[in-house]
Write a protein that binds this ligand. Structure first.
Ligand code: BES
Ligand code: MN
Ligand code: ZN
Length: 505
């Protein structure tokens, strides 16, 4: 069961009428030093406070949170100043700055019950960004904590905005809550230890998250996978005492004109298999199912939003372990649909299970195909731990990048250089699972491309998202991003689906 502590979100116009435990006000780094950003709050006391920021040692830098005593004119126990980073007189803070400031404040105010966020959010979109940041900041993973107060995240927020009362605000706040739920459920699946989350229990969790939503779930167990020819999942899963699963989740509303397929890498633990990882390379490998968690929760959010497009998500679930039953380097497997692959390195397992997923998804001839995977260490070499890569056909790739920009997630387009393709040639099979090491992220993507099928004689438009680094935050929390599972890519996929719907008219 995934318990998501539901943040209550509402909106109000007048901060003086909000009764709360903490009133959050933004401080920006202006050209002349720190300044309170929302002038509309007014009041002498706040003006005095604005003048004292320098001597209080408050800079306005992102993630700075400072609690001060309450001020008479507000019904708040404390005034909280949150840094929003650089501001300019010329432009309002970006939606992402608002999301991060709201998220940072709510995250750092754990233990406080009701928080009012009086950030500079004049429009419905800006107010929704504040709500979304708050929902993302109100997260803690506590399933295995014995302390009773371990889960005391902020329970309710009031977004203080002049847009309160506007007709489109309730739906925008509801969307923020849905996104928050989807991202937080993704985080919880990623954070859940591999002792508890393995293919069978992942499938059960997917079932549990889907209930009450208009989606259909089909679970293919190890027997079915073997009978139907899913050689990638069977091969990778062979070394583990916990057998693989392929979970297919379908959302098919009546009015849909477009059909989107999503495929996610769901390696519930990646030890490397017989090509065993060094101990240090294994410590974060519970995160190797993030892609599957992302596509599942993106689909569920799309269903909850009621977007009029068909979406099918394929969760490729296996545990990559070494044992006497494990696949060996040199083994050859047959992927769903008939292509053969020689396994040169059992640690390049993601592309094997994804090959099955991509081939199965392609057989249904979707209009577009997007896969999400913590696929390569090379992703982190290329782009670091906060920027995800998007590769594939120009159209889908650019549409994903545009959606990510709107969602406030960092993605960067990467190429698929043709000269890397021959490095995947095998002596004995159609393909090898390992090729050129330099540009290894691109080589992996080119491997996946081989399994994208055709529809009406044309290659299905496809994009591949490598989220190896960004899926799991090994550093300190920042903005609305906690330690460990981040849930990155959920909001991008939902934004992409919204854009597809908008374009389809
Ligand atoms: N799950 C890893 C990739 C990864 C590394 C994800 C670090 C997140 C953080 C993947 O299965 C893997 O082991 N890839 C190998 C491929 C290589 C053997 C061709 C890699 O990147 O080293
Ligand atoms: Mn691996
Ligand atoms: Zn892996």
């Amino acid at each position: 069961m995934i318990k998501t502590t539901e943040l209550k979100i509402n909106a109000a116009k007048d901060p003086r009428k909000v009764r709360c435990d903490a009133l959050v006000v933004a401080v920006g780094q202006g050209p002349d030093g720190p300044e309170l950003v929302d002038g509309s709050l007014g009041g002498k006391a706040l003006q005095a406070l604005s003048r004292s920021l320098g001597v209080l040692g408050i800079t306005g830098a992102a993630d700075e949170v400072r609690r001060l005593p309450g001020i008479d004119e507000f019904h708040a126990e404390v005034i909280v100043l949150v840094g929003i980073g650089q501001i300019s007189a010329a432009a309002d803070p970006t939606e992402e700055k608002l999301r991060r400031a709201a998220g940072s404040a709510v995250r750092q105010l754990r233990g406080v019950g009701h928080v009012a966020l009086a950030l500079p959010a004049a429009s419905v979109r800006a107010a929704a960004a504040v709500a979304e940041g708050a929902a993302l900041g109100a997260y803690a993973y506590t399933e295995h904590r014995s302390a009773k107060d371990a889960g005391d995240v902020v329970a309710a927020v009031t977004v203080v905005t002049p847009a309160a009362g506007e007709k489109s605000l309730p739906a925008a706040l509801e969307r923020a809550a849905i996104l928050g739920r989807a991202v937080n459920a993704t985080r919880t699946l990623v954070n859940r230890p591999p002792s508890h989350l393995y293919p069978e229990t992942f499938a059960a969790a997917a079932q549990d998250l889907s209930k009450n939503l208009p989606v259909k779930l089909t679970v293919l167990d190890e027997e079915k996978l073997a009978n139907d020819g899913y050689g990638g999942l069977v091969g990778v899963g062979k070394g583990s005492s916990r057998p693989p699963r392929l979970v297919k989740v379908e959302y098919a509303p009546a009015r849909a004109k477009v059909k989107l397929a999503l495929v996610g890498k769901g390696i519930t633990f990646d030890s490397g298999g017989l090509s065993l990882k060094p101990a240090t390379g294994m410590t974060t490998m519970k995160c190797d199912m993030a892609g599957a968690a992302v596509v599942l929760n993106a689909l569920l959010a799309i269903a909850e939003l009621g977007l009029p497009l068909k979406v099918t998500a394929w969760l490729c679930l296996a545990e990559n372990m070494p044992s006497g039953h494990a696949q060996r380097p040199s083994d050859v497997m047959t992927i769903f649909g008939g292509k053969t692959v020689e396994v040169l390195n059992t640690d390049a397992e993601g592309r094997l299970v994804m090959a099955d997923g991509l081939a199965a998804a392609s057989a249904e001839e979707p209009d577009a195909l997007i896969d999400v995977a913590t696929l390569t260490g090379a992703q982190m070499v290329a782009l670091g731990s906060r920027v995800s890569a998007v590769m594939g056909d120009d159209g889908v790739r650019d549409a994903v990048k545009a959606a990510a920009d709107r969602a406030g997630e960092l993605f960067w387009p990467m190429p698929l250089p043709e000269e890397l393709r021959p490095s995947l040639d095998s002596q004995v099979a159609d393909l090898a699972n390992m090729g050129e090491k330099f540009g290894g992220m691109l080589t992996a993507a080119i491997f996946l491309r081989e399994f994208v099928g055709e529809s009406n004689g044309r290659k299905i438009p496809w994009a591949h998202l490598d989220i190896a680094g960004p899926a799991f935050n090994e550093g300190a929390p920042y903005g609305y991003t906690p330690k460990e599972g981040t849930g990155v890519a959920v909001r991008t996929l939902v934004a992409y689906a919204e854009d597809v719907v908008a374009r389809a008219g």
